[in-house]
Write a protein that binds this ligand. Structure first.
Ligand code: GLU
Length: 495
C-alpha cells in the first residue's frame, strides 16, 4: 500500500443492471479495485438502476457474484440509485433554477418527426431546441396543467468543452456537435448522466475509471460539474477490448457472463491475472502476476491507449499454469464441486474426498480447466467399464493374445502391501519379453482394460489409484469381454 497524494482515492464500479456482467464490465471493476487497493483507497459498488425499462432480473446478484468470485471486495455499497431519486430531482431543480437546464414538453411523435427530417437531410440526430426558450410563465402554466415534461441540459451552442483524461490526454469536443441531453425523464427518473454526476460528487469520487465508450458522454459530465459549481473528478477511460478478429468483444467471441468462466473451471486467480493484462502491463514481458503483485504494481501510467485483444488461448494457458501451481490438496478441494457436478448421475454421491484427492493427482498436470476433470477421470469412479472388444486388441493382435496378456497380468500384479505404480511396472513390464509382445501392445491392452479408453493418464499411476481390488475386477471383466465376443476362447471349452 502506498500512501502519497493518492491516499484519498475513492473510486467506484457503477454497473447498470441491464444485463449480466461480462469480461469488459469486470475488467473495469478490477482496474478500479486495483487502484483503490494500491493506494489504500476506497472501492465503492454503485448500482445504476434508473433505467427501469431495461432492468434485467438477476443482474444485480450476478454482478455481486462475479465480484465475490474474483475477490473484488467493495468497501461501501451496494448503493442503489433507485433509492436516491430525491437527490437527482433536487439536482435537476437546481439546474433549472440557474438556467442551465430547461423543461421540454415535446411529444415522442414530434421528436420522431424531427429525427426523420434530420436523417433525410443527412444531419446527425439531435434535439432541435424547440422548448429551449420557453418563458417561465409558459413552463409554469403547462406544468400546472399536468403536461408531461423532461428536463434537458442547455448545452452551449458554440465553443468547446475539453476533457482531461489521464489515459487519453486532452480531448476537445465542439459544443455544436453536442445535444441538449435529457437529464430527467418524464417518469421522474434521472438519466444516467445526471445520476452519475450527482453521485460521483456526493460520494466524493476522486477518479472515474470506466470504459472508453463513455468518453463521448464526458463533455456533458464536465459541463454538469461546472454548472453545479463542483470540482470534477479525474477521468481515466480504459482502452476497448477487442476480439481476435479486432471487432469489439461480444458474445460471439465467447464474452459471456463472468460467472460462466467460473462454471467452466477457470480459477479466479488466473482470471484476475488475465483481466489485469487487458489494457495494463507491468512491462513488455511479464505475464504471470499474483494478486499481490498486481496490487503492488498497478498504476494508471501503464494503462495502454490502444485497444486490448482478448486472447482466449492465453487465458487457457494461464489457467493451466495456475492449476499446476496449486498444492495437490488444494487442487482436490477445488476439483470436488466440478466432479460432483460433472460425473454421470449413476456414479454414487457424495464422493469420497480421499479418493478424489488421489484421482486429482493424476489429472492436475493435464487439466486446463476444472470442468474437464470429470470427463478425464470418470472411468476412475465407475464400477464397470464399457468398451468394444476390439479396443483390447491393440494393433490388430489376436484375441487369444489379449486374453493371455490379461490373464498373465493378473498373475503377476503385486500384493496389496506392495501396491504402487513402481512395483506394478516392475511386475508387468517383463511380460513383454516373456511373451514376445511389444510394450505398446502389452500396455495398450492393459490400458483399455483399466480405463476403457485408449488414451488416459499414465497407466501404472492410474492402477495405483484404482487399487488392487478394482484392478483385478477390471482384468476379469476384460477377459469376459473377450470371451463373450470369442466364445471359443472361453475357459473350459477345450480349445
Ligand atoms: N452505468 C454505467 C455502466 O454501466 C457506468 C459508467 C461509468 O462508470 O460512468 O457502465
Amino acid at each position: 500500500m502506498v500512501t502519497d497524494t493518492h491516499s484519498q482515492v475513492r473510486v467506484r464500479f457503477a454497473p447498470s443492471p441491464t444485463g449480466f456482467p461480462h469480461v469488459g464490465n469486470i475488467r473495469t471493476a478490477l482496474f478500479n479495485w486495483l487502484f483503490a487497493r494500491r493506494y489504500g483507497g476506497t472501492f465503492i459498488l454503485r448500482i445504476e438502476d434508473t433505467d427501469t425499462a431495461r432492468r434485467v432480473e438477476g443482474a444485480v446478484e450476478s454482478i455481486q457474484d462475479g465480484l465475490r468470485w474474483l475477490g473484488l471486495d467493495w468497501d461501501e455499497g451496494p448503493v442503489f440509485q433507485s433509492e436516491r431519486l430525491q437527490l437527482y430531482r433536487d439536482g435537476a431543480a437546481t439546474l433549472v433554477r440557474s438556467g442551465k437546464a430547461y423543461h421540454c414538453f415535446c411529444s415522442p411523435e414530434r421528436l420522431q418527426a424531427v429525427r426523420e427530417e434530420q436523417t433525410r437531410n443527412h444531419l446527425p440526430p439531435r434535439y432541435d431546441g424547440h422548448c429551449r426558450e420557453l418563458t417561465q410563465a409558459e413552463v409554469n402554466r403547462r406544468l400546472a396543467a399536468g403536461e408531461t415534461a423532461v428536463v434537458r441540459f442547455k448545452t452551449p451552442l458554440s465553443g468547446e468543452t475539453g476533457v482531461s483524461d489521464l489515459i487519453r490526454g486532452e480531448v476537445v469536443f465542439s459544443n455544436a456537435t453536442l445535444n441538449d441531453y435529457v437529464l430527467m425523464k418524464s417518469d421522474g427518473y434521472p438519466t444516467y448522466h445526471l445520476a452519475n454526476v450527482v453521485d460521483d460528487h456526493d460520494m466524493g469520487i476522486t477518479h472515474v475509471m470506466r470504459a472508453d465508450e463513455w468518453i463521448s458522454s464526458t463533455p456533458l459530465h464536465v459541463m454538469l460539474y461546472d454548472s453545479f459549481g463542483w470540482e470534477p473528478p479525474q477521468f481515466a477511460h480504459l482502452p476497448m477490448i477487442l476480439g481476435p478478429d479486432k471487432a469489439k468483444l461480444s458474445k460471439r467471441h465467447g464474452a459471456t457472463t463472468i460467472t460462466e468462466y467460473r462454471d467452466q473451471g477457470y480459477l479466479p486467480e488466473a482470471m484476475v491475472n488475465f483481466l489485469a493484462l487487458l489494457g495494463w502491463s507491468l512491462d513488455d514481458k511479464t505475464d504471470l502476476l499474483s494478486r499481490e503483485e498486481l496490487v503492488a504494481n498497478f498504476s494508471l501510467e501503464r494503462i495502454g491507449k490502444t485497444a486490448a485483444v482478448f486472447n482466449k488461448p492465453k487465458l487457457d494457458w494461464m489457467n493451466g499454469v495456475y492449476i499446476r501451481a496449486l498444492s495437490p490438496a488444494e487442487f482436490a478441494r477445488r476439483a470436488l464441486p466440478y466432479l460432483e457436478h460433472g460425473l454421470s448421475a449413476d456414479i454414487g454421491r457424495p464422493l469420497n474426498i480421499d479418493y478424489v484427492a488421489s484421482v486429482a493427482r493424476l489429472v492436475q498436470e493435464r487439466a486446463k480447466k476444472l470442468d474437464e476433470i470429470a470427463d478425464l477421470c470418470e472411468f476412475l469412479f465407475r464400477n464397470e467399464l464399457s468398451y468394444p472388444c476390439e479396443d483390447l486388441l491393440v494393433k490388430g493382435m489376436e484375441a487369444a493374445l489379449a486374453q493371455e496378456i490379461l490373464n498373465r497380468v493378473s498373475l503377476v500384479v503385486p500384493t496389496e502391501q506392495n501396491w504402487s505404480a513402481v512395483s506394478l511396472e516392475e511386475a508387468v513390464r517383463p511380460l513383454s519379453d516373456d511373451m514376445g509382445v511389444s510394450t505398446k501392445q502389452l500396455f495398450g491392452t492393459l490400458r483399455v482394460a483399466m480405463t476403457g479408453r485408449t488414451a488416459a493418464p499414465p497407466l501404472f499411476e492410474t492402477m495405483e489409484v484404482l487399487g488392487r481390488e478394482r484392478c483385478m475386477s477390471r482384468l476379469a471383466h476384460a477377459v469376459q469381454v473377450i470371451e463373450r465376443q470369442y466364445p471359443e476362447l472361453a475357459s473350459g471349452t477345450g480349445t
